[in-house]
Design a protein around this ligand. Sequence first.
Ligand SMILES: Nc1ncnc2c1ncn2[C@@H]1O[C@H](COP(=O)(O)OP(=O)(O)OP(=O)(O)O)[C@@H](O)[C@H]1O
Ligand SMILES: [Mg+2]
Length: 394
Amino acid sequence: MIPTTPIASTSPVDISSEISSRLNLAIKEHLLAAYAPDSTKQLRLFPAQEVCDLIGISHQYLRKATVEGAIPEASEIKHGRRYYTGQEVWELRQLLDARSKTPGRYLPSRREGESLQRIQVMNFKGGSSKSTTCIHLAHYLALQGFRVLCVDLDPQASLSAMCGLQTELDESIDTVYDAITYHDPISMKEVIRETYFPGLSIAPGGLMLSEFEAESAKLNSKQHPFFARLHDAIMSVETDYDVVLIDSPPSLGFITMGGMAAATSVIVPLTPSMLDVASTAQFLKMTSSYMEVIERSGAKLVYDNYRLLVTRDEPVDTPSQTIVAFMRALFQERVMTATSLKSTAISDAAMLQQSIYELNRSDLTRATYDRAKASMDAVGKEVENMVLEAWGRI
Ligand SMILES: Nc1ncnc2c1ncn2[C@@H]1O[C@H](COP(=O)(O)OP(=O)(O)OP(=O)(O)O)[C@@H](O)[C@H]1O
Ligand SMILES: [Mg+2]
């Protein structure tokens, strides 16, 4: 039972500790209720038409390939409608690609000479939609058939929670910290877990990541400096993935710098409010000097893309649109064309630790769902194009 009596102590030390322990208890009880020990996160089913749209085939072709026995029948048929699991969609891609005259037509995975794309999403302004952007990009790209790895650098581990891992409840879960620590690191392969979302793996975050800050200040070594640790950990699993999405904590420190040094592209999400623009200006000023520190330490930062992304965009709100227009005038194509719209569909999904891609269209008002999904699709498509451009395909 969580105590609800007033906190008697007047000592700030005790008050902080009591508030913290009550909150932790409440979080634990709430989370345990939401995630009963045997209830792991599961992905919804995909109707046949959505599967065709995702893979880029016609419904007739799907039926023909099924009747010919080239691909298996959907595992669920209700009232004559066919539904596929996420895993089945993933497998359909492989099977269709194997019988296609143009290999790679249904499987966008990188080919020889194409480098692993590592995209860091960062801004020290809390709540600028870093984690929301990461999980939507991750799900979008995995649904397009890319092999995606999420790297959660945040001690709060919200991205890990969205991937179905409660690192604060389960201390047996290894985190990115274990792969980059200065004390007997383990391999990144041991840290990474597959998620319930086909094509998506996660290197979880967790409270221990804060230790990396203290360790780096004390133990940074010439042989394996702080900025190379995450880069090397990610590159040790390079062959397993096409795209890595790195979620950063709302702070600038050794761990975020590790992300900068590991990244091939950077996306800075910001909400269109004067306060956020001002704090992003301050963030980027500090980022610049932190990047200098990394370069002085011997690394060369080269990015394919360094872009700003407007998040929680409200197209009907005049003051925020003035800010978006102002940003576009100042930075032109450095501001991504697509924006992620502010939507109750996104915030409601987030309450369930989900992305819009996990919701059924029938769960929400259709117009709300369609608007939110179209906006996330557009952001995903623009990032997908960045990836394909870096590979020289477009
Ligand atoms: N497009 C959106 N529409 C509505 N709500 C959103 C949208 N994007 C993010 N949110 C909500 O805003 C809050 C902050 O988002 P998020 O956790 O992604 O930010 P963050 O930058 O990762 O935060 P932190 O700095 O704490 O890591 C969350 O409650 C999320 O559900
Ligand atoms: Mg976050």
